[in-house]
Design a protein around this ligand. Structure first.
Ligand code: SF4
Length: 225
């Protein structure tokens, strides 16, 4: 596998936000979202065997009662690497709760069922609309989450309509609407979380407002957190 970083942090997103978690960030992505905050994972990286990744996770997770049991495979795009399903399988076999963050463009059915899938649906202002593989809808269930990263009112209306037309709230554990966080270097603007909250409330949507907790705890430009 080609890996950008393996690190321990606080889960920043989704329904497990706030929990200690080991992150495995793979290298490479076939999309180029306008607001991507992990472009440093597009290139480079270091080669690992699956066993080498497991060793690194074990070392960070610790042992005994204090062992961190949550692992997230993220990127980049984890499903571009053929070894990712095998890595997930082995982590599950060692008793970890395994999550994966994916763009939605790759078919998640290659993963073990027990993996908690956080699947993006790209909105128009991402610059990567219409990339979602609709076959993924058949693979998601009540432990999984669908995430829309929202940059504008246009994105919000897309996410709202997609959620309703595919009955997402009934299919998955949680539908997440996350505002784009402004780039610390000013390359793209953010969406005000309050504005998004007010749109959600006005429409009484069955979704969860998602904020990237790690960007409030650490410097938003910091890597490895
Ligand atoms: S899919 Fe994720 S990693 Fe790839 S460009 Fe978009 S935000 Fe960045």
């Amino acid at each position: 596998m080609v890996i950008t970083e393996i690190f321990k942090s606080i889960q920043g997103e989704g329904t497990r936000a706030g929990l200690p978690c080991i992150f495995v960030r793979v290298t490479g992505c076939n999309l180029r979202c306008t607001w991507c905050d992990t472009a440093y994972a597009f290139h480079g990286g270091k080669k690992y065997t699956v066993e080498g990744v497991l060793d690194a996770v074990r070392a960070l997770a610790g042992e005994g009662n204090g062992r961190i049991s949550l692992v997230e495979i993220t990127g980049g795009e984890p499903l571009l690497q053929p070894e990712t399903p095998a890595l997930a399988e082995k982590l599950l076999a060692e008793g970890y709760t395994v999550m994966i963050e994916t763009s939605g463009e790759r078919y998640v059915g290659v993963l073990p069922r027990e993996v908690i899938k956080i699947v993006d649906v790209k909105c128009p202002d991402s610059g990567e609309p219409d990339t979602f593989d609709v076959a993924n809808l058949g693979e998601l269930d009540k432990k999984d989450e669908v995430k829309f990263v929202i940059a504008s009112r246009r994105d919000y209306e897309f996410a709202r309509d997609f959620t309703a037309s595919h009955k997402l709230a009934e299919r998955v554990h949680e539908v997440l609407f996350s505002p784009v966080f402004a780039d610390p270097e000013g390359r793209w603007p953010g969406l005000n979380a309050r504005e998004l909250a007010e749109w959600i409330l006005a429409d009484s949507l069955p979704v969860r407002l998602g904020l990237q907790l790690h960007k409030f705890i650490w410097d938003p430009a910091m890597k490895g957190v």
